[in-house]
Design a protein around this ligand. Structure first.
Ligand code: SF4
Length: 355
């Protein structure tokens, strides 16, 4: 299957200054059973106008990371440690008042489930207008005009009329568009989209992803796209972080991750994507086993209980020694296999299965 990545379709703008910089982030929850290490030393950068895909199974720490960026964790039972710099402003430890001002205006979230994010009691237009009045100090009249403009922009037909509809009068795809309009109404510089298309059918999914790209081209918004599906990031993301057990196990451009992945977990994710070109007799290859407990993560490499390549590393190194991507390295994978072993295994054993 030929996957044309976003980077191949359109050269990315050149801007080397990271707009968002996350360094050595730890997020831990205190529970009755012990401490859950949900994010365990994560680092990444994101530039303006670019999209970073964060990929991994449920429980890998994707959503927890983004809640930490938005400052949405409850400080009474959550420890957030590390550095989160947004446009030079430190967010870790920032006051609720500061974060409240930033949310909606400078950074916004697009949720997976529009039914949960939109209140059934208010019209769609009112819900788009409210944050515009609150953060931009706009009058009710100006905010209503802005709500109509945003609905129009996200492709809702007859926006002037539909602005007075309630969410239940919209289809699923239209509600998702309305939620995008609500998130982008104040022109935020950072948008975090958490599985924004999972609940939608494939056609609407493609339309929503196209819409996000179009809005990004217009406004230069930086986007974090959280997904469990490598197929979704193929023509949407510029860079990708693959997460497992709260850690980055591989990092690179979308092309590098899709065409020359280095980590056994990334190989597993790629092997589980359905391919149109594959024969119906060829079964998908799900990753064996299940994600580890974050209360009591495995020793050494957290992927070792599920990995088929520990024998090639030799001895008990995989279960004893934790691999990591050196800090500041743009491209890399947290795995003890040598670069030659990674390349040989991928070319000889993994690639043929991906055709
Ligand atoms: Fe597999 Fe070992 Fe690499 Fe972990 S370090 S991914 S267990 S080969």
């Amino acid at each position: 299957m030929t996957i044309l990545t976003k980077a191949e379709a359109e050269p990315a703008p050149q801007d080397s200054q990271p707009f968002l910089s996350v360094r050595d982030l730890y997020v831990q929850f205190a529970t009755e059973d012990g401490t859950v290490k949900a994010v365990d030393g994560l680092s990444f950068d994101l530039e303006r106008g670019k999209t970073l895909g964060i990929v991994g199974e449920s429980g890998s720490g994707k959503s927890v990371t983004n809640m930490a960026i938005l400052g949405l964790h409850n400080p009474r039972n959550t420890m957030v440690k590390g550095e989160i710099l947004l446009d030079g402003q430190e967010l870790t430890g920032a006051s609720e008042r500061t974060l409240e001002k930033l949310r909606g205006k400078k950074m916004a979230m697009i949720f997976q489930d529009s039914l949960t994010a939109l209140s059934p009691y208010y019209t769609v237009g009112r819900q788009i207008a409210e944050p515009y009045m609150k953060h931009m100090g706009a009058s009710r009249k100006a905010a209503r005009a802005r709500a109509i403009e945003m609905l129009d922009k996200v492709g809702i037909p007859q926006a002037k009329i539909r602005v007075d509809d309630y969410p239940h009068q919209f289809s699923g795809g239209m509600r998702q568009r309305a939620m995008i309009a609500m998130s982008l109404v104040c022109d935020p510089a950072l948008v975090i989209a958490d599985e924004p298309t999972t609940a939608l059918d494939v056609t609407v999914q493609a339309q929503i992803l196209d819409l996000l790209k179009e809005l990004q081209r217009e406004t230069g918004t930086a986007i974090i796209l959280i997904t469990h599906d490598l197929g979704v990031i193929a023509n949407t993301a510029d860079d990708v972080v693959v997460m497992y057990a709260g850690r980055a196990v591989e990092r690179g451009t979308v092309r590098e991750i899709l065409k020359e992945p280095q980590h056994p977990y990334a190989w597993g994710l790629l092997g589980s994507i359905p391919r149109l070109s594959a024969s119906v007799d060829v079964p998908l290859s799900p990753i064996p086993g299940s994600p580890p407990s974050l209360l009591n993560p495995p020793s050494g490499c957290p992927f070792h209980p599920r990995c088929a390549f520990t024998g090639q590393v030799g001895g008990d190194r995989c279960s004893r020694e934790r691999p990591s991507i050196p800090l500041g390295e743009r491209r890399g994978s947290a795995c003890h296999l040598s670069p030659d072993q990674k390349q040989d295994i991928f070319i000889e054993q993994i690639k043929p299965r991906l055709r």
